[in-house]
Write a protein that binds this ligand. Structure first.
Ligand code: CDP
Ligand code: MG
Length: 728
């Protein structure tokens, strides 16, 4: 592949007892030395971060301002250092906690681990993390990393977030739905807590009586939170810090009534940007060639490749592994390290480890490596300029996953990763003329996602009218109305838009999209909650089936054993159960393999199942099972009566029904979209059912429906009469 000026290369080689004690003591002392050296290295690294020189100033600003915006280049030390500064500055006195929210779970987990290491404490003690389906905190946790979604859920139980002295909303520039809602909520909590402090003062007679009425009025007008639990309790004001890697802090500052913004000077080295001469048809192939080109022709330094998701990452990983075998003998080796959200966390941590001697590290990442995590040692960035995003069309009520061009801001963030430690190079796999056409920044999620979950959460928090909730973005009335309608159809809201009892309250307690919560609640009535728990867990993770191209035939034979005539949901249940059975059998047989992990890994390899997806699904399963049990829902199995399970899917997924057309394509019942069965479905090659429910609609060059189960159309009026009456 050739790059436009300045071209790094035009040439292409590759295309497509006492003694024992003494020994032990020696080893121990070496270990002590290495741990001491490690600590020293960490201390040195911390000192050299740009944020280190402004510790005092930042602490003063936090003390003086209730809300502060901190803007700083990625890698300047905001996420790892600031909470430690605050801890040392006394913000955790009396057992109070510093909460740091992240849009991505990977960032919350990896950063917490790093900070625990920096503080030389065990993870889960002073420093911990809590993300959906994984909690590593204890009563001694004082610095708590978490996802923004998780803090929102905490607010359901503790509306004043009373244990927190400071909340840091990190990566605010990402503008996820959760971040936007959280900012609105925190604004209210902050007001309520400062008013509660004032109320204390009133009680203590320090305020004039006539202010009390005004305060009360303000509380009623501005706080959507019931203040009852707060009366009489002493709550300190909540400090709020908004952190962002984007240089434009104006939006946040205006939203927080002119809050002060502090800029941390980063150290960015020059990065040469290269564009391709021609349009690249296949970005995976283009990335592969570029990796090999850099490896053979450029100097030392690790590479970071931005891909759209797990599927891309895994296929590129396979391709590289095939190609490196053809590299000239004696050349440096490549160490491929993937990083994406659903990867088990101990594997995620590999990304931060330096490559062993003689290896060059190639990190294959999703956009998580743009700003949320900083990986040392990167000198080359390869950016195909694409990102996978979810979007939702309220008119057709269809959510879709699309691969779209990044924004200019994202492209700049990506190239910036190459210049953290020295001059670097960024290879954009598109033409220079394309860059100019990119949008300046991505549309905030809240403007392009289904609002049902947000509305449900806000209702549960006592916000009755979402149009009155103070958000950074004005929401479209149409989107709000459609989401309200959906929640009414799902039975979460009553006809007058109040949270229904018990279904709405139960649904709001699940950390899931409303449609999945509904499926679980209904499943307990249909006696198939055991199967539905597995189904939901399996639907929430990335693709389960995986095989290298050359083993495709063999893999297909294996997968046939799992496939269920009624569709993909039950096929997933079969996979899950088969894996659990093999685990049980190995245990009973006293298998040599000691851990569940090794047994499962082996089973996955033999059956061409993606181990990381399966493991993630198992974690999710146990967590949701916990929620279900807490709610007192009855977990039972429908046994061989799969009719019950399919009827249950109909009763909850009725908004996602498609009917077969004479030409073999399908048409969605709700919005009359023409869709095709996805090639991964069991129905792709078999006789196509007349009517199906599906989990997801993916829009690429065609509209595909994925995860499909056969149903009887006659069940819809019976099981979802409320929906059918709106259709006629
Ligand atoms: O938040 P910000 O982007 O400003 O920086 P950070 O995440 O606090 O990272 C500061 C430094 O810690 C970087 O140099 C990272 O390389 C390092 N770090 C690390 O080595 N391992 C991690 N898990 C996280 C950060
Ligand atoms: Mg950060």
């Amino acid at each position: 592949m050739a790059y436009s000026n300045p071209s790094p290369s035009s040439r292409f080689i590759i295309t497509k007892n006492s003694q024992l004690n003494a020994k032990n003591m020696k080893r121990r002392s070496t270990e002590d030395n290495s741990s001491f050296a490690k600590k020293q290295k960490i201390a040195q690294q911390r000192k050299s971060l740009p944020i280190a020189s402004v510790e005092k100033r930042i602490l003063e600003e936090v003390k003086m301002n209730d809300t502060l915006i901190i803007v700083g280049e990625t890698g300047s030390g905001k996420t790892t250092q600031l909470p430690q500064f605050l801890f040392n500055g006394g913000f955790c006195r009396d057992g109070r906690v510093i909460g740091i929210t992240q849009p991505r779970r990977v960032a919350a987990v990896t950063v917490a681990k790093r900070v625990a290491e920096e503080c030389d404490v065990e993870l889960g003690q002073k420093v911990g993390y809590s993300v959906r389906f994984d909690d590593m905190t204890s009563s001694s946790t004082r610095i708590k990393y978490m996802t923004d979604g998780l803090l929102l859920r905490e607010a359901l139980l503790d509306p004043f977030l009373s244990r927190y002295s400071v909340i840091i909303v990190d990566e605010a520039h990402e503008r996820t739905v959760h971040t936007d809602v959280l900012l609105g909520l925190l604004k209210n909590v902050q007001k309520a807590r400062s008013i509660s402090t004032c109320k204390e003062s009133i009680l203590e007679g320090r305020k004039k009586a006539n202010n009390s009425a005004a305060l009360k009025k303000e509380i009623n007008a501005q706080c959507h939170i019931l203040l009852k639990p707060c009366q009489g309790s002493k709550l300190s004001p909540l400090k709020l810090i908004i952190m962002s890697a984007s240089l434009d802090a104006r939006g946040f500052s205006e939203y927080f009534g002119g809050a002060k913004a502090v800029h941390i000077q980063g150290r960015q080295h020059p990065v040469d940007i290269f564009y391709t001469h021609h349009v690249e048809q296949d970005y995976i192939d283009a990335a592969l060639i570029t990796i090999l080109q850099i490896h053979l022709e450029e100097g030392s330094g690790d590479m970071l490749v931005f891909l759209t998701g797990q599927d891309d990452i895994e296929s590129l990983q396979r391709l590289i592994q095939e190609r490196v075998r053809q590299l000239p003998e004696g050349s440096q080796k490549l160490l491929i390290v993937p990083i994406f959200s659903s990867l088990p966390s101990e594997i995620q941590m590999k990304v931060f480890k330096p490559a062993p001697h003689g290896f060059r590290k190639v990190i294959l990442a999703t956009n998580i490596a743009e700003t949320s995590i900083t990986i040392p040692g990167i000198k080359y960035v390869i950016d195909p300029g694409l990102v996978k995003t979810r979007s939702y069309d309220p008119c057709t009520r269809m959510e879709s996953l699309k691969i779209v061009p990044t924004s200019k801001a994202q492209a700049l963030q990506r190239s910036g990763r190459a210049g953290r430690e020295g001059a670097g190079k960024c290879f954009r796999l598109y033409q220079e003329s394309e860059f100019a056409k990119l949008a300046d920044s991505a549309t905030p999620e809240i403007k392009r996602l289904n609002l049902s979950n947000v509305i449900l959460q806000l209702k549960a928090l006592g916000v009755d009218d979402i149009t009155e909730f103070d958000l950074m973005e004005k929401l479209s009335m149409r989107a709000i109305e459609k989401s309200l309608e959906e929640l009414i159809l799902l039975g979460a809201l009553t006809a007058d838009k109040k949270l229904s009892n018990p279904v709405g309250h139960q649904m709001a307690r699940f950390p899931l999209e409303p449609i999945y919560s509904k499926a679980l609640i209904v499943a307990s009535e249909f006696n198939c909650l055991e199967e539905m728990l597995i189904t939901v867990a399996m639907l929430l993770v990335d693709s389960m089936f995986y095989a290298p191209r050359e083993k495709w035939e063999e893999a297909r034979d294996k997968w046939k054993c799992f496939s269920h005539v009624e569709g993909d949901h039950l096929t997933l249940v079969n996979v899950y159960r088969a894996s659990a059975e093999s685990l049980e059998k190995s245990r009973l047989a006293g298998s040599k393999e000691k851990t569940a992990e090794t047994i499962l890994r082996k089973w996955c390899k033999e059956n061409f199942i993606n181990y990381s997806s399966l493991r993630h699904a198992r974690d999710i399963h146990s967590q949701i099972q916990g929620h279900v049990e807490q709610m007192g829902l009855r977990i039972s199995s429908c046994g061989d009566d799969m009719l019950q399970f399919r009827r249950c899917l109909t009763a909850s997924f009725f908004l996602k029904v498609a009917l077969k057309q004479p030409d073999g394509s399908y048409r969605t019942f709700d919005s009359s979209q023409v869709v095709q069965i996805h090639p991964t479905s069991v129905f792709f090659r078999t006789k196509k059912p007349e009517c199906v429910v599906f989990n997801e609609l993916i829009r690429t060059e065609r509209n595909y429906i994925r995860d499909i189960t056969r149903i009887d159309p006659a069940w819809i009026p019976e099981l979802a009469p409320q929906y059918c009456s709106t259709q006629s």
